[in-house]
Design a protein around this ligand. Structure first.
Ligand code: 5AD
Ligand code: SF4
Length: 478
């Protein structure tokens, strides 16, 4: 599943300009939309679908919440603290409404799905509650509110993929974009709320995915990230049991889909997230190896290094299976960077089991890891079946041990790049210094280098001279 790293990002002003233009060129209604997203990349991709739907209704997007007529917050339920952050935001807006009674506030995404009417009726925090499969219904939900009612749609769908909606790109750079390929998740990992909030897994028509990649390339984009909770289970015209649905039509699996996207143009980088250890096939790895423009970067969440814990987590693989997949990556795509997700302090986790996670980190040598303390989520299998019995201070100590080890290893890996030359897709000026440019290499590591005369969205070769545990530093070479 995807990482919870993009919290509280707002519509960027530059892109907002474009969105405004689009809105005013159709049928402006004079109203302004402020849209804020929390959580995983899928939420950010969904917000672009929401913006598209509402701009068609005449809304203009704004970056200034104070001038908004409609505020929509796309939310995340993955851990308790993600929800707490959003609740604080919603409480703020509630006070705003006292001074601006016409202001409409809506909650979208996973919290909408999980809490349903609670935010609306008990806590009276919002006017609209719209789950992840109900965004086409937003115009009528807004109408209901304008008619003086509260509005809710949290129906989950087995078919909705928003395949025909062209997302309005909300990032400012026009270089890299998310493209969703599946929605929902059927895996039922015992700690995870996603199957409850995002519903059953479904794949999007491959032709619409390739078409979206093509349009992005034509607009100047040079990188797409194919998104799904488990991209390896992408399947088109194939049933869950692996049978062909319609013999007269072609089938597509994830490896084939990636190849189709890679064929759009050799200068369009293809990334993907998230891979699942139980489903990632050698065919996928061979496809990555075959195409230069499919990035050598695999995010493969392990969650724990102990087989018993993995069993309780319902992950569908053992420590040995995971290590076998790592061996396959190192054999078939030797250049690949590997990152992971780890949960520490899961129900009943012993000290020895924690040591197994540390030893797995040492064995694999991850380039990067997202590391979390277990947070019990209502309704999940783990909440119903196991006790959240690891004390907070033990969770924290284990997390610190994991982070410390990972940081050391990340530093060693980055040091191994020093002296090498890497190909970087230029994103723009570095956040830390106006004199530096930044971009990512094929392996997804951030690279910074002194400014030269190149445009964003072009490729440069950078010779690495130095590094930190998270960044490579170098200079452009011919
Ligand atoms: N507690 C802590 N971390 C969680 N994740 C998912 N559910 C939980 C939870 N209840 C983590 C997993 C997943 C990542 C996106 O979030 O590591 O891969
Ligand atoms: Fe990812 Fe498992 Fe949650 Fe599905 S259930 S989104 S695979 S962690």
């Amino acid at each position: 599943m995807m990482d919870n790293i993009l919290e509280g990002k707002k519509i960027d002003e530059t892109r907002q300009g474009e969105a405004l233009e689009m809105a005013s060129s159709s049928n402006p209604n004079g109203k302004k939309l402020f849209l804020e997203s929390y959580g995983c990349a899928m939420n950010f991709a969904d917000s672009e679908v929401v913006a598209s739907i509402l701009i068609k209704q005449g809304y203009q997007t704004t970056n200034d919440e104070l001038e908004a007529d409609l505020i929509l917050i796309n939310t995340c339920s993955i851990r308790e603290n993600a929800e707490e952050r959003v609740r604080k935001r919603l409480t703020n807006f509630k006070y705003r409404k006292q001074h601006q009674p016409s202001l409409i506030v809506g909650v979208l995404g996973c919290m909408a799905e999980r809490l349903k009417k609670q935010l609306l009726e008990e806590e009276k925090l919002v006017d609209i509650v719209a789950g992840p499969d109900s965004y086409r219904d937003l115009p009528s939900l807004i109408n209901e509110v304008e008619g003086g009612q509260k509005a809710v749609n949290v129906l989950l769908s087995r078919e909705e993929t928003y395949a025909d909606i062209s997302p309005v790109r909300l990032d400012n750079k026009g270089i890299s974009s998310f493209v969703s390929i599946t929605r929902g998740c059927d895996n039922m990992c015992s700690f995870c709320v996603v199957p409850f909030t995002r519903g059953r897994e479904r794949s999007r028509d491959p032709q619409t995915i390739v078409q979206e990649c093509r349009e992005l390339f034509e607009q100047g984009y040079r990188e797409v990230t194919l998104l799904g909770q488990n991209v390896d289970s992408y399947r088109w015209n194939i049933t869950n049991k692996g049978e062909i649905k319609d013999e007269t039509k072609p089938t597509t699996n994830f490896a084939e889909l990636m190849a189709m996207c890679a064929e759009v143009h050799p200068d369009l980088r293809i990334r993907f997230s998230t891979s699942h250890p139980k489903d990632m096939t050698d065919e996928v790895l061979e496809t990555i190896a075959k195409y230069d423009n499919i990035c050598n970067y695999i995010h493969l969440p392990v969650q724990s290094g102990n087989t018993e814990v993995l069993k309780k987590m319902n992950r569908g693989y053992s420590r040995e299976w995971y290590l076998n997949r790592i061996d396959a990556i190192k054999r078939i795509v030797p250049e690949a960077a590997i990152s992971t997700d780890i949960i520490t302090g899961f129900c009943g986790e012993t000290e020895e089991q924690h040591q197994d996670t540390l030893s797995l980190i040492e064995e694999v040598k991850f380039d990067f890891a997202y590391m979390y303390k277990y947070s019990e989520r209502p309704k999940t299998l783990a909440e119903r079946k196991y006790e959240d019995d690891i004390p907070e201070e033990v969770k924290q100590r284990r997390l610190t041990e994991i982070i410390t080890l990972q940081r050391e290893q990340g530093m060693v890996i980055n040091q191994s790049y020093v002296g090498k030359t890497v190909k970087v897709l230029v994103e723009g000026t570095s956040k830390k210094s106006d004199d530096m440019l930044c971009g990512r290499n094929d392996q997804n590591t951030m690279v910074v280098f002194p400014k030269v005369d190149v445009q964003p969205a072009s490729y440069v070769n950078v010779k690495i001279t130095d590094c930190t545990s998270a960044t490579l530093i170098g200079e452009v070479v011919a």
